[in-house]
Design a binder for this molecule. Structure first.
Ligand code: TXA
Ligand code: MG
Length: 318
């Protein structure tokens, strides 16, 4: 059921049930983070492995502090600049946070999402919301209320409609668990902006290692459409005949050989933020064309191009 009313969302959440909520990045599947039973339902509905911890969301740092969760100095610097926004901080956990939220780790991921409706919902609640992206584990993240309703509507109490997500990529995750900040996931806030504020380059060793249990969500196959998706290098090896059987996802320009109606261009003006905003919808749309395969073009490795490429590579067949 798609709803518009925050008050109703609040009531449902207070009953320990699940509500999908809008954020600026993607829709989240939310439950009371302090209610272990409610959080267990998130894992069940998403079919998410129990070892993959969740991000908890609230509307201010002050509230996290009241719950015993504190940011170290460098994280505060970033929060001052970018929160509310598409950045998540992994910090020391407090005893208030049930183990199921952090999947047994002694750290917890926290985020202040930048979405007016959800901020006022969070403010009205006495607890933070645990919320992974509101999709079945391993599939493309939702950027509209309808996306969520289509995939999970049958299993959850409500989807709070907050329009299209304007960032379109999940948050950038940085761990402050061990002193020097480590990048765990590329996302909606560019690395360049973060490194500029910290005045240092981030440790990225945790990012590449897909099997690392500290960032279990970074599994190598993720965001997978049903149609096999390949990265553009493959396109040069194709025969003329095959061009009619494929969909194309490109950055700013159409591919000269592929059928125009089968092409989805992320940003005709070559704007990274616009491309990010359109990415997940583009993967869904390409999939819906039901071609034999999808070819996706990688973006330049800078700015949000890095995070977009990360998602495309994970969506690709290995
Ligand atoms: O933009 C976002 O971050 C969205 C919206 C809804 O806020 N949420 C989201 O959640 O993308 P999810 O569950 O799809 O991804 C969360 C990632 C996972 O890769 C998980 O492994 C990692 O955060 N994570 C959560 N807690 C962690 C922790 N304590 N240590 C390391 N990684 C953690
Ligand atoms: Mg996810």
């Amino acid at each position: 059921m798609i709803i518009k009313d925050n008050l109703l969302a609040k009531q449902i959440l207070e009953e320990g049930k699940l509500v999908a909520i809008p954020t600026e990045t993607v829709y989240g599947l939310a439950a009371n983070a302090f209610d272990g039973k409610a959080v267990a339902a998130i894992y069940q509905v998403k079919n998410r492995p129990q070892f993959n911890p969740l991000i908890i969301h609230s509307n201010s740092l002050k509230r996290f502090e009241e719950w015993g969760i504190f940011l170290p100095k460098e994280a505060l610097l970033l929060a001052e600049k970018f929160s509310p926004g598409p950045i998540t901080f992994v910090v020391k956990k407090s005893s208030k946070v049930p183990d199921i939220v952090s999947a047994g780790h002694d750290t917890v991921a926290i985020r202040i999402p930048n979405h007016a409706k959800t901020l006022s919902l969070l403010e009205s609640l006495d607890f933070p919301l645990a919320a992974p992206s509101a999709n079945l584990s391993g599939t493309v993240s939702p950027t509209t209320a309808e996306d969520v309703e289509t995939q999970l509507g049958y299993a959850i109490a409500a989807v709070l409609d907050g329009g299209n997500c304007h960032v379109g990529l999940e948050s950038t995750i940085i761990s402050f668990a061990e002193g020097r900040p480590k990048l765990l996931r590329l996302g909606g806030l560019s690395l360049e902006k973060i490194e500029h504020v910290l005045n240092q380059t981030l440790d990225k060793t945790m990012l590449i290692n897909n099997e690392n249990p500290q960032a279990p969500g970074m599994l190598s196959r993720h965001y997978a459409p049903k149609t096999p998706l390949y990265i553009d290098a493959a396109v040069n090896h194709l025969k003329e005949a095959q061009y009619n059987e494929m969909a194309f996802i490109g950055f700013s320009q159409k591919h000269p050989k592929i059928l125009g109606s089968n092409q989805i261009i992320l940003s005709p003006k070559g704007d990274y933020a616009e491309a990010a905003q359109n990415l997940f919808a583009a993967i869904r749309k390409a999939d819906a064309l039901q071609m034999k395969l999808i070819i996706a073009e990688l973006l330049p490795e800078e700015n949000l191009g890095l995070a977009i490429n990360d998602r495309l590579k994970r969506a690709a067949v290995k």
